[in-house]
Design a protein around this ligand. Structure first.
Ligand code: KIV
Length: 258
């Protein structure tokens, strides 16, 4: 097992695991100083391309973004999302994972689903592909509004089963998306691998957010999104100053010219 993965697993119960998404080198480079794991998430479909669903993200697009992200990471574990319809059976999943790992030099992949994809997950892990699970809200399957998971008894049982089976199949961690607090706490306590929450309370072993949301680059109204900085404001300020200096011939001065 990769030492970076061992390190992430060993953080369970000791210190919180810091995870964020990145879609390009320059952002990855800055995140890497603070993160344990960087995910090239298929959220890039809605965040960068305005797609209605992550389903439109292709293998080729995620690979190109991941290649850029790779250039910015020195220490964090780099995980790439397997796009929709790239892991419908064992053979397809293995072929596409190998392609992603070969072309992007990432450390592992993330797949959405639990019991339903257990044989695929197991096949990948037997073939030495590190896999991160993702349960709760599965954006590749959701149509319309996101609703939290784990309210009904049936849903609770299913999500617990999903988490336990993913651990058994050999996943090194599981993203819990929008899972109600009591259940995310129970799942976190029931399994030995780390849970990474997104909208699933502070009971999880770590947290992940879409970086563009955290930086204020999107207009996300999702409940769990916290805008830590208003980067758009800073962009506007810089660009306005540039425009005004160009108009007033203050830029470029002699020292900025050849
Ligand atoms: O696609 C993504 O960015 C994700 C995370 C937000 C968990 O799956």
């Amino acid at each position: 097992m990769l030492s970076k993965i061992r390190n992430i697993i060993s953080k369970k119960k000791k210190s919180k695991i810091i995870c964020l998404t990145a879609y390009s080198k320059n952002i990855a480079e800055e995140l890497d100083k603070y993160t344990d794991l960087i995910l090239v998430g298929d959220s890039l479909g809605s965040v960068l391309y305005n797609y209605k669903s992550t389903r439109n993200v292709t293998l080729e697009v995620i690979i190109e973004h991941a290649k850029s992200v790779r250039l910015g990471i020195k220490k964090s574990l780099m995980i790439v999302d397997m796009p929709y319809k790239t892991y419908r059976n064992k053979k397809e999943a293995l072929k596409n994972c190998k392609k992603i790992i070969k072309e992007t030099k990432c450390d592992g992949v993330k797949l959405e689903g639990g019991v339903k994809i257990k044989n695929i997950v197991n096949h990948l892990i037997i073939n030495k592909i590190p896999v991160m699970g993702h349960i709760g809200i599965l954006p590749q399957l959701v149509r319309g509004k996101f609703k939290s998971k784990g309210k009904s008894e049936k849903e609770k049982k299913q999500l617990m089963k999903d988490a336990v089976i993913l651990e058994k199949m050999g996943c090194f961690g599981i993203v819990l998306e929008c899972i109600e607090k009591n259940l995310s706490n129970k799942i976190t306590k029931a399994i030995k691998i780390p849970t990474i929450g997104i909208g699933s309370s502070n009971c999880c072993d770590g947290q992940i957010l879409v970086t563009d949301d955290l930086l204020g680059l999107t207009n996300s109204k999702i409940k769990f999104v916290k805008k830590y900085v208003d980067l758009k404001k800073h962009i506007r300020k810089g660009v306005k100053k540039f425009k005004s200096e160009v108009i007033n011939k203050k830029y470029p001065t002699k020292s900025y010219s050849y």
